[in-house]
Ligand binder design. Sequence first.
Ligand SMILES: Cc1ncc(COP(=O)(O)O)c(C=O)c1O
Length: 424
Amino acid sequence: MKPYTQLTQAERSEEYARLQQEFIALKAKGLSLNMARGKPGKAQLDLVSDLFGLMQRPEDYVSGGIDVRNYGEMSGVPAARKLFAEILDCKPEQVFVGGNSSLQLMYDTVARAYTHGLLHSPRPWCREETVKWLCPSPGYDRHFKITEVFGFQLITIPMTPQGPDMNAVEEAVKDPAVKGIWCVPKYSNPDGIIYSDETIRRMAALSPAAPDFTILWDNAYCVHEFEGDYVPFPDILSLCEKAGRPDMVIEFASTSKITLPGAGVACFACSQANLAYLESLLVPQIISFDKVNQQRHVLYLQDKAHTLALMKKHAAIMAPKFRAVVDTLDREIAPLEIASWQRPKGGYFVSLNAMPGTAKRTLALCKEAGVTMTGAGATFPYGKDPQDSNIRIAPSLPPVEELEQAIAVFCVCLRMAALERLGV
Ligand SMILES: Cc1ncc(COP(=O)(O)O)c(C=O)c1O
């Protein structure tokens, strides 16, 4: 098959008519497939069922002399702080272990900055004329939404294969209205990119005009390799400290995709000064988070090595799914030169860039044929992709057989949209 741009008008029309027949046949199957959100599949959830059998004896509820069933230990069970510190390669005293969602901790951090300000804020952000926020894009839709609902002005920073375009970031932080940046540094959502050492070094060395500029470092996929061995990753907290701005970063993580999304444990990690300040704002809100679940996770995950062994089991389930997607794209789409995509080795997504102007149409066709995908534009601030090109594929949820069907439908839709754009 020749690249679509090299086809004559007549050849394109012929190809389109053929695809239309294929599309009609696919629609007739009445499919209902979902590649929209990065949810673990059932086999992955089943993998961790032992989590619930662990706390049978009274002594299982005691951790380091603390009865986890009672109030107290606002910053989390010390053993859970130690476990996350090991995973993130920081210090236990820098870790605050919370409830079941890191996204909630991120939202709360932004909300507190808005109502009270952060450690170095001259005033709460609600009193600022304008708050601007840097959004490396394509990025995570829910991050962008948090900063959007507080009325911040979202600024798109292009993603490069090494992470956010640091020239653009360094330039943007000269504006004192720029208060922060979203980062998913390892297996970024959706590109699956690992920030390069150089990007991380430059990020930690930023010298922003706003004294309370904050990097929200969402390390959601810190141990989530599905191909190859665990990739060690620099500790941003100590890098910021060395660069003289220990309070400039707040890191987040959770076990949502290690154990159970919605029933796991989340944390943030930051300088001890930041932690004391953020905790002082948390005190009126809650007496303690769910330490029973924290303890359950400590007993189950034990330590980093044991956690990485569990991640290998997840990888064995995830890898064939990603392979099914990427191999199909390689076979069906690559020769046509109508899209490009990343080949991630971890995380939960494949990011595909379709021919500009065809993402929305592709996904509308997918919907018509019974395949739900993340909405076009979702990976950009305000849900608007200026190129109408980026599509996030989430292969984790469906079993491989369903995924193969879904990606086959997707390829037909992508081809139809490209041909419509080129003229049929
Ligand atoms: C980058 C990123 N951060 C956070 C989350 C959600 O994490 P949690 O379940 O801890 O709220 C997701 C879920 O897809 C994600 O992709």
